[in-house]
Write a protein that binds this ligand. Sequence first.
Ligand SMILES: Cc1cc2nc3c(=O)[nH]c(=O)nc-3n(C[C@H](O)[C@H](O)[C@H](O)COP(=O)(O)O)c2cc1C
Length: 328
Amino acid sequence: MDLKTKYLGLDLVNPLIVSACTLGHTVDNIRRLEDNGAAAVVLPSIFQEEIEGHIDDIDDILAESGAEAASYFPPSIADRSGPQNYLELIRKARAAVDIPVIASLNGVSLTGWTDYARQIEQAGAQAIELNVYYLPTDLSLTGTEVEHRYLEILEAVKKTVKIPVAMKLSPYFSSLGDVVRKLDAAGADGFVLFNRFYQPDIDLEELTLQRDLNLSHRGEIRLPLLWLGALSGHVKGSLAASSGVQTAKEVVKYLYVGADAVMTASALIRHGVGYMKTLLDGLRVELEQREIDSVAAIRGKMSRRAVGDPTAFDRANYIKILHGAPRG
Ligand SMILES: Cc1cc2nc3c(=O)[nH]c(=O)nc-3n(C[C@H](O)[C@H](O)[C@H](O)COP(=O)(O)O)c2cc1C
């Protein structure tokens, strides 16, 4: 069985990548993830605020995280954050494992922090995942201005490094396809769909905003599935799926719509790092049962471009579904 794939120009032994998350804070975890079959690891993000020295912001975020999230953060995360410690994490991870180590750079505005990408490269990261976690709550901002931010940050980072740069995006653009194609033309080496935006809830007893971090569920693959399927075959950059992988079935579905690689965080946090092996074994079984002998044989076979009925992805299908829904 040939599970090999290519992501951001990197040769991977299989498509399973550890998504940026707290598991990547320790080299011990990273080693165990490799032992359990992870093909690459994305380190947790280093934030613009940390690079620029506003470390208190990170402490606040950690202190106010909900119970579920807080229990995943190692107690000494504040000691581990910070630009120097992040570079040290990259160096140690590179020394400890053979799989590619991808750093995650997370910021929102074009200030000097993007130069830090060079230090990430020098520390040995084989690629950068760029996460522009930007919520345009300034109601006067236009869609074009928001999109421009993504482009200028990508261009600044691309100018700084030679290693590949992937964009981790949210689905919240008025025309995601156009944004992806512009970023693709500007040199993005890949796209990670999707970033998880943490949306507040309200604690009705305390009348406070509740900022907690919910782990994902398998139903969440549908939006990235749709967009990966729509983009597959239309961009030069690689495509990675991120959201909702709980079993190997979601991995197979993502491959069918055109993902080059599939990332997972919540499932590993929920079940432990050993679950990577369960996913990998499950992927082999899923392919064997269908008498498929390689990942390449199914990649993109159910993309919008490849399926005989592309309207399955579009409005016509939506109308069919609504007409077919139970009427009480
Ligand atoms: C505890 C936790 C920490 C995370 N930290 C980061 C991060 O530092 N940077 C980032 O880009 N995404 C981060 N994420 C988002 C994941 O990388 C991923 O995109 C998201 O959880 C969806 O994938 P999943 O359904 O497999 O969890 C985090 C997710 C979790 C659950």
